[in-house]
Design a protein around this ligand. Structure first.
Ligand SMILES: [Zn+2]
Length: 265
């Protein structure tokens, strides 16, 4: 059987603050206009293809194509502020390890679609569930479009790879739902083996000093400048709101500042 949220929430608490929480959604955005940057163009490793729809969303199981609405290469884009921090984080990793970004920017239409699909699946599995409870359950794994970090280019799904670019095992696949992973998607999930727990710590020890914050229900999800970042850091406002995806990632010309380039140049 899959775990319920109460099974996987940290002991002694009512669980992490979620993206649907009013304390997060009420935070204003004071957009700073940071441009989108192609991570693949600035020396960071990015998956060659955007992730397919996670099977746990309840979308047709035959679909292995990118999520409808995705623009070519948009998953490689993030705000320059975030790209610079990822470049800094990469320099903090132990020798032989690299960051591997799976997804950055997600078009808002895509976010709406996957949010609705997962919410509908949960509603079907829990007849009679109250609306607020359904919203909370949904936002463990898929952010409401209004507060979604990925549509702002302010978040990445990121894991670790070895020197040859092979992804490492951090306890469950990126994008595994709480139901699929038995709660192993939670950053501090109990029951992880020592290696997975160690590698999650290595990831955090590079990303936290660089200024990123983790979404506790997804070990792979890290952000800078979005509402959730503002909530965690105590900033009175977010600096990145939703941003339009260009038709092609190659349309973005922005680069990192010289000091932030991975590998020192
Ligand atoms: Zn994410």
């Amino acid at each position: 059987m899959s775990a319920s949220p109460s099974d996987v929430a940290p002991t002694g608490s009512t669980g992490p603050v979620l993206l649907a929480d009013p304390r997060v959604s009420a935070i204003p955005v004071v957009e700073d206009g940071s441009p989108l940057v192609d991570l693949a163009g600035v020396g960071l490793r990015v998956s060659s293809q955007p992730p397919p729809p996670p099977p746990g969303l309840g979308l047709p199981p035959t679909s292995t194509d990118p999520v409808p609405g995705a623009r070519p290469g948009s998953h490689r884009l993030v705000r320059r502020t975030l790209a610079e921090r990822l470049a800094e984080a990469e320099t903090l990793l132990p020798d032989g390890l690299r960051l591997l970004v799976v997804e950055g920017l997600r078009p808002v239409g895509t976010q709406r679609m996957i949010h609705a699909a997962y919410r509908a699946r949960l509603a079907t599995e829990r007849p009679g569930i109250a609306t607020h409870a359904l919203d909370r359950l949904t936002s463990r794994f898929v952010a409401p479009p209004a507060t979604a970090p990925h549509v702002s280019g302010a978040a990445v799904d990121v894991t670790l790879a070895d020197g040859d670019g092979r992804p490492l095992d951090l306890g469950c696949p990126v994008d595994a739902t709480p139901e699929e992973s038995g709660g192993a998607c939670y950053f501090d999930a109990p029951g992880l083996d020592d290696e997975a727990r160690h590698l999650r710590r290595v990831l955090a020890c590079a990303l936290v000093p660089a200024g990123l914050v983790n979404y506790p229900t997804e070990w792979w999800h890290w952000s800078f400048g979005d509402r959730y970042w503002a909530h965690v850091t105590g900033s009175p406002f977010a600096v990145h709101g939703p941003v339009a995806a260009p038709d092609h990632a190659s349309d973005t010309a922005a680069t990192l500042s010289p000091r932030a380039r991975p590998g020192g140049g």
